[in-house]
Design a protein around this ligand. Structure first.
Ligand code: AKG
Ligand code: FE2
Length: 416
């Protein structure tokens, strides 16, 4: 199975680029995850505008630097023990949550469908059903990519407000999102974000036809484009974010809140965070039923009990599930509600979104481009992109057959 990737989050939805490699591996894993039962779906072909990486493209880029330690034998699916929970200081103040402790999975460099791969896939599926999140070890090369991306992200977020504000595009949702601009469940978030989506030329025919969410990436400078570009062959697109310390916000949002409770829209989200800490998730629960593509799950249980703090573990990515994974597996795997709290220090994080094609449509079901567009309109109601989309009547293009050309991905009755 192939999966299209979207890069969703802002390239700078924080500052860290997830390493592409991780995504690559993950894609392999994802493919597997589906294989144990009826095969899960996702055909890809054309990627959605903002997500556009295919497994094959990523695979070619796997290169281990000479300093790499020996690889894990592919025959041995491995997890390492839960990392010992660090003492509480990384949890933002003022939040009530359990302190999470996750095992770290090590994904083999090649996924071939061997018995050990299937075992690993089952272990990962079980972990998602139990915890709603998994942790995956980075390779040394991925650590380097992450360090480079972090550095680029810090440089970008240190620019003047004017310079950052210039990085917007009226046709894509790529670029800078100021603190207080993103809205979750009607309340402003304090995060600053840079989103990277697929970078379309203005003379691309989809852009000229006015397809929603299709446009340029408004790069701040050549250097940023170059650093992020190095990832593009490997990971796809992604986003990074910056979160101010809780005592240094601009007063536009809710105290201590970096991003309100929400689920992400696609299949998988691969994230990397620095050592500050801020991410909280909810485990899958029979009692908490939601379907974000039908009715907004934003704000879900934000102030209630039941949150798990995910402490940063150096050298790892975390992976959570998105709306379309829940939709396609008919709730066997559910989208992971999560939120970000502001800590006593500024925090940088990256998220990479692995998503269906913009043009993917389930028979009489969800059209991904429409879900995607709806989510951006909801989260960025005041952005120039939203205003232009509405004023120019672009939304109704989503109905057209040429925006729905990626065949139905059958939903899976899971039987793993
Ligand atoms: O900062 C994080 O760890 C997660 C960010 C997030 O949830 C998002 O960008 O959608
Ligand atoms: Fe998210």
């Amino acid at each position: 199975m192939k999966i299209s990737v979207r890069t969703g989050l802002p390239l700078c939805r924080a500052a860290a680029l997830p390493s592409r490699a991780a995504a690559v591996r993950l894609m392999g894993t994802a493919a597997h995850v589906s294989s144990p039962g009826p095969s899960p779906p996702m055909t890809t072909t054309t990627m959605p505008p903002r997500f556009n990486v295919q497994v094959a493209q990523n695979t070619r880029l796997r290169v281990q630097p000479p300093s790499s330690p020996p690889r894990q034998p592919a025959t041995q699916p491995t997890t390492t023990k839960p990392s010992p929970p660090k003492p509480g200081p990384t949890m933002p103040p003022g939040f009530k949550a359990e302190y999470g402790s996750l095992p770290t999975f090590h994904i083999p460099p090649r996924i071939t469908g061997s018995p050990s791969d299937l075992l690993l896939a089952h272990q990962i599926i079980s972990a998602f059903r139990r915890d709603g999140i998994i942790q995956i070890g980075m390779t040394p090369h991925q650590r380097q990519l992450w360090a480079d991306a972090q550095a680029a992200s810090r440089r970008f977020f240190a620019k003047s407000p004017e310079e950052k504000a210039a990085c917007v595009d009226s046709q894509s949702y790529a670029g800078y999102i100021a603190s207080g601009e993103e809205v979750t469940d009607g309340i402003a978030d304090y995060s600053e974000i840079f989103t990277i989506t697929r970078d379309f030329d203005l003379d691309d025919k989809k852009v000229r036809a006015g397809w929603p969410c299709h446009g340029r990436v408004p790069w701040p400078d050549v250097e940023m484009r170059e650093v992020m570009g190095r990832y593009q062959g490997e990971l796809g697109e992604e986003g990074g974010g910056w979160f101010p310390p809780r005592n240094a916000t601009n007063g536009k949002g809710k105290e201590g809140r970096g991003i309100g409770s929400h689920t992400d829209y696609g299949l998988l989200v691969i994230s990397a965070q620095d050592d500050v800490g801020g991410l909280f998730i909810r485990r899958p629960s029979q009692e908490e039923k939601f379907a974000n593509w039908e009715k907004s799950a934003a704000g879900l249980k934000e102030d209630e009990d039941g949150w798990v703090f995910i402490p940063p573990v150096e050298g790892t990515h975390t992976v959570i599930l998105g709306d379309m994974m829940q939709y396609l597996t008919r709730n066997y795997l559910t989208a992971t509600p999560h939120k970000v709290g502001l800590n006593t220090r500024e925090r940088f994080a990256f998220a990479y979104f692995h998503e269906p094609s913009f043009q993917a449509e389930e028979d009489e079901g969800v059209h991904y481009g429409t879900h995607f567009t709806n989510m951006f309109i909801r989260n960025y109601p005041e952005r120039i992109t939203t205003k232009r989309l509405i004023e120019e009547g672009r939304y109704k293009l989503l109905e057209r057959p040429e925006l729905r050309t990626i065949g139905a991905v059958p939903r899976v009755e899971a039987s793993v």
